[in-house]
Write a protein that binds this ligand. Structure first.
Ligand code: FAD
Length: 384
């Protein structure tokens, strides 16, 4: 069932935000995108720009400085990703690393962290994955041991997006190894906590403007009041977070697809071969039509998933997986076709579509691979 329509005021607020974002993307993000990718550089200037324009806390509750809208949030991520997937990730990871606090944080934790994350005064990150547990996240080995008024964390996390530029990091670790998933807990670490160390920097195929690091927890000592929820609730918090963060990845994927489609369509009109524009070739018209069909279908799934997040619908897990699976696959196929439509030029870094194709791939991998999304989807129909 579709969620109820939003009020005229909410739609008007969303329109104003999207108008601003489109302008910022055209003037500030698009001209920087190729350079960010080539240099593999985190765009601090764009982070500041997003913060200044209140784009970092859109899905946060209004009382903590947000707009309280997942629907507006996914559209903002989509708009930025049309030009630069790495920059879109700045907004998406701010949501990812704030969600555990929004979902299960105490009032004191919400008051301490969410307003600062909404304004961008502080940046956040999310550390679930370990060297031997990615898809099988419940098999994590990091530990957190209570020591008086503190916890002491040990272990290694891998592939952590933007932790190198973050002030805090949500870390998942086992407080009771005997309990399996029920023994995991979630903690708010500060990246300057004693024993919180950055390890290896990863060199990547795409999203090269987003730093990815190993995190080493070396007797990392944090106050006990940084536990989120209760001991043993960590795995549940991690999964509830992914329900609402997967639409953000889907939005990134959709934006990449739309950016590549727009570029390829324009190129076909301009490029002449066999005495006429390529756009007059029926075989290519059909390719473009299929790319449009898939992109629009993906968009409908995503927007419905975001509506369900706003309504706190009981099936957000299912819809989060549906939209992430569809948008990720569409991003990969549309960008691959866009490279094909540009021929040799599509393969060159002078044009953006090869970057978009490289950036698209990650949306099929992180926050649960496409295989894991299928497991989640089939569970809703068939049970575990
Ligand atoms: C650039 C990048 C950024 C990332 N950022 C973060 C981050 O900020 N925070 C964080 O915690 N993690 C992050 N990750 C980790 C990411 O979520 C994991 O890489 C992903 O979940 C897959 O885990 P894995 O790499 O261990 O692959 P594996 O789990 O080893 O999977 C390998 C392959 O086997 C398949 N597979 C595994 N299990 C099954 C199964 N049961 N059935 C069918 N197929 C299966 C997978 O789909 C995949 O194709 C990031 C990863 C990358 C590459």
């Amino acid at each position: 069932m579709l969620a109820p329509e939003r009020s005229a005021e909410m739609l008007e607020a969303e329109q104003m935000i999207l108008d601003t974002v489109r302008k910022l993307v055209k003037e500030k993000v698009e001209p920087r995108a190729a350079e960010i990718d080539a240099k593999g550089e985190y765009p601090k200037d764009l982070r500041d720009l997003f913060a200044k324009n209140d784009l970092l806390g859109i899905p946060f509750p209004e009382e903590y400085g947000g707009l309280g809208s997942f629907q507006t949030y996914v559209k903002v991520v989509e708009e930025i990703a049309k030009a630069c997937a790495s920059s879109a990730l700045i907004v998406a990871v701010q949501e990812l690393g704030a969600l555990p606090i929004m979902i299960a944080g105490s009032d004191a934790q919400k008051q301490k962290y969410l307003p600062k994350l909404a304004t961008g005064e502080w940046m956040t990150s999310y550390a679930l994955t370990e060297p031997t547990s990615g898809s099988d996240a419940a098999n994590m080995r990091s530990t957190a041991v209570r020591d008086g008024d503190h916890y002491v964390l040990n272990g290694t996390k891998v592939f952590i997006t933007n932790v190198a530029v973050a002030d805090i990091c949500i870390v998942f670790a086992m407080t009771d190894k005997e309990q399996g998933p029920k023994g995991a807990s979630a903690f708010i670490c500060h990246t300057d906590d004693p024993g919180f160390k950055l390890g290896k920097v990863e060199h990547k195929m795409g999203i090269r403007g987003s730093p990815t690091n190993e995190v080493i927890l070396d007797n990392c000592r944090i106050p006990a009041d940084r536990l989120i929820g209760n001991e043993g609730e960590g795995f549940q918090i991690a999964m509830k977070t992914l329900d609402k963060s997967r639409p953000g990845v889907a939005a990134q994927a959709l934006g990449i697809a739309q950016g590549a489609l727009d570029f390829a369509a324009k190129y076909l009109k301009d490029r002449v071969a066999f005495g006429k524009p390529l756009s007059k070739q029926q075989g290519l018209q059909w390719m473009i039509a299929d790319m449009e069909l898939e992109t629009q279908a993906a968009r409908l799934l995503l927007y419905e998933a975001a509506r369900k997040c706003d309504e706190a619908a009981p099936d957000v897990t299912h819809w989060g997986a549906l939209c992430k699976l569809k948008c990720g696959d569409v991003a990969m196929s549309v960008t691959t076709d866009a490279v094909q439509l540009l021929g040799g030029y599509g393969y060159m870094t002078e044009y953006p579509v090869e970057r978009m194709m490289r950036d698209a791939k990650i949306t099929q991998i992180y926050e649960g691979t496409q295989q894991i999304q299928r497991i989640v989807i089939s569970r809703a129909l068939l049970g575990k």
